[in-house]
Design a protein around this ligand. Sequence first.
Ligand SMILES: CC(C)(COP(=O)(O)OP(=O)(O)OC[C@H]1O[C@@H](n2cnc3c(N)ncnc32)[C@H](O)[C@@H]1OP(=O)(O)O)[C@@H](O)C(=O)NCCC(=O)NCCS
Length: 169
Amino acid sequence: MPVINGWRSSEELMSYLGAPYRFIGPDVDYRWFENYLNNRSNTIRCCVCEDGNAKPLCLVTLAGIDWVSRNCELHIMVGNDENRGKGIGSFAVKKMIEHAFLDMNLRRIELTVLEDNARARHLYEKFGFQYEGIKRKAKYKHGRYVDMRLMALLKSDWLAGRGSNNTIS
Ligand SMILES: CC(C)(COP(=O)(O)OP(=O)(O)OC[C@H]1O[C@@H](n2cnc3c(N)ncnc32)[C@H](O)[C@@H]1OP(=O)(O)O)[C@@H](O)C(=O)NCCC(=O)NCCS
């Protein structure tokens, strides 16, 4: 929790996300985590940790699971800049797609990403997420309103594409 609390209070990290930057004290995050533990039927949170210890490098989440329509939202953060660009995000997204489709029997994973977050967009496209539209001026970031891109991956498309790029090991 202290590591994740540090990320969630980081202005640098939050600049990549739709959520606004604000200081989040440790007490708030312990309650946030407690709330997650009490609502695990519609949210799944996983961490990628450093080899040999439990130090988290990346938090990846399937949120808002709708068991009728079998949809969910994907959220991801590799907490520290020095750990980005090393394949951790690709590993986490691949594992969460497999978990969503092959273990949880979900059929659609959607997400929103800031239009100017080129690295995240590339990551999602690499795994077959498709562009579905723009939420215009949806977020207020760095003193201006910015667009959010809606993307989604269907299980049927993912299964059809297995064996190509989206099954990288
Ligand atoms: C986005 C994020 C999850 C990606 O994880 P990562 O571990 O850094 O990414 P990876 O190393 O697995 O892969 C990055 C890919 O993006 C590419 N990339 C890196 N910088 C890029 C850029 N500026 N523009 C386009 N592609 C870029 C890399 O070449 C790589 O592609 P490849 O595998 O085809 O070679 C991570 O950088 C992160 O947490 N960023 C901050 C928070 C964030 O943006 N979260 C997503 C919110 S929607």
